[in-house]
Design a protein around this ligand. Structure first.
Ligand code: ZN
Length: 82
């Protein structure tokens, strides 16, 4: 989590939230509910913990390789996010 000034606007106040994070890879998407994030109160830039992103990526490929069952696994067209 950031303990230094926002790299975009330079202020140091963040709001902790949980959001639905969408991991995208080669046209496939994994929806991850309750992903912790810190949001810059000034400019809205989102900062994710590196460990959180690593876990999301690990889980995506585990599901891809059929070593884990998806609980909420969605595939949506790229167009939905354009
Ligand atoms: Zn900022």
């Amino acid at each position: 989590m950031p303990d230094s000034p926002c790299s975009f606007c330079g202020q140091e106040r963040y709001d902790k939230r949980t959001i639905e994070y969408i991991y995208s890879y080669q046209g496939k998407h994994l929806l991850v509910p309750n992903t912790p994030v810190e949001v810059c109160l000034n400019c809205g830039m989102k900062y994710y913990d590196a460990a959180v992103l690593e876990e999301i990526e690990r889980r995506f490929f585990a599901i891809e390789n059929k070593t884990e069952e998806p609980d909420r696994y969605v595939q949506v067209p790229e167009k939905a996010y354009q």
